[in-house]
Design a protein around this ligand. Structure first.
Ligand code: XMP
Length: 327
């Protein structure tokens, strides 16, 4: 049987009981597959890799080595949450790599979006490879491949986003415990494994992270503006019942300044753009009708609290003709 094909008889995992049964079965299979060997996992803190990490911790404990690469393009609080949940609460073997300067130096002056994506992807592989070489006796590579990744690879829509591209001498046997699950099932399993809601129900976040929301050539100053304004937007959406309702929402910052006034003086600053969209498959999207008062409140907070920002704009463009991200 093709192990990449979901059996027709496989029941959709929709309840904690079904999730527990799946977890028990996977733990057994993972122990059989891995034995007393070591497994490596690139742990971004996204839903899929986090669920795979939690499953493997349950199955083989410290035989799992998680590598979390902080490329400087993560959202506010994300690296801290990975350390708190996996190292402190789950007692995982976690290697935290601070690669912020490395990524930002490579990206300096690069304004073309696809070039930025390539640099981020290639540098990620390089950092991961270096960490893998420091470790002895790794035989397996775990990945958070999910069923839509397999379906999309077959369709030729896109290559699924795993840690492909490792050199020949670093080829490991793959461990992909959630590869037959759909996203909603991965979330139910994650919840049953005890992962925090903020991790299980989080909105999609692009692999290149804030790198494609700090438009044009990335600077540390604008990167901080986008990170801080995004944190305020997320906080306000959560407080006002929009978290979990709106499919994706974030801020982006263009590379232009405008004239403004602050404390009675001329103040040149960057604008921040708010994007809040709904979709089912990310191929088309509509704009969320965010209450005007809330937008005013968020504008007030961002312009007061984020240094360097003097305007807030709301993106009213559906997809098509705008894509969801600005780059
Ligand atoms: P667009 O901008 O193409 O976005 O309408 C559709 C969805 O894909 C996400 N996105 C990415 N995800 N790597 C990713 O892993 C990328 O380079 C990338 N670019 C866009 C985007 O956030 C949205 O959910």
């Amino acid at each position: 049987m093709d192990s990449n094909k979901r059996p027709e008889t496989m029941e959709r995992i929709t309840t904690p009981e079904l999730a527990d049964a799946f977890i028990a079965e996977q733990v057994k299979e993972l122990r059989e597959q891995i034995g007393d060997k070591k497994v490596l996992l690139a742990l971004s803190g996204g839903v899929d890799s986090s669920v795979v990490a939690a499953l493997l911790i349950k199955a083989v404990g410290k035989q799992l080595v998680c590598v979390h690469v902080n490329h400087g393009l993560l959202r506010k609080g994300e690296p801290e949450q990975v350390i708190e949940v996996f190292r402190n609460q789950m007692d995982a073997n976690l290697v935290y790599v601070d690669a912020v300067d490395r990524f930002l130096d490579k990206l300096a002056g690069v304004s073309e979006p696809e070039k930025k994506r390539k640099i981020i992807g290639a540098e990620f592989i390089r950092v991961f490879e270096e960490e893998a070489r420091k470790l002895d006796d790794i035989e397996f590579l775990a990945q958070g491949t999910i069923y839509p990744d397999i379906l999309e690879s077959e369709d030729g829509v896109k290559a699924h986003h795993n840690v492909g591209g490792l050199p020949e001498d670093l080829q490991f046997e793959l461990v992909e415990p959630v590869k037959l699950l759909f996203k909603d099932e991965v979330r139910v399993v994650g919840k049953a494994l005890g992962l925090p809601d903020g991790m299980v129900y989080r909105q999609p976040f692009p692999g290149p992270g804030l790198g494609v929301r700090c438009l044009g050539a990335i600077t540390r100053e604008r990167l901080e503006c986008v990170r801080e304004s995004d944190a305020i937007l997320r906080e306000e959406f959560a407080k006002n019942g929009l978290e979990g309702k709106v499919w994706q929402y974030f801020t982006a910052i263009p590379d232009i300044k405008s004239v403004g006034v602050k404390d009675g003086k001329r103040y040149e600053g960057y604008p921040v753009i708010i994007r809040a969209i709904n979709t089912t498959d990310a191929m088309t999207a509509t704009v969320e009708n965010v209450p005007f008062e809330l937008l005013e409140h968020i504008t007030n907070r961002i312009t007061k609290e984020v240094d360097g920002v003097n305007r807030v704009l709301f993106d009213l463009t559906p997809k098509p003709c705008g894509t969801i991200e600005w780059e």
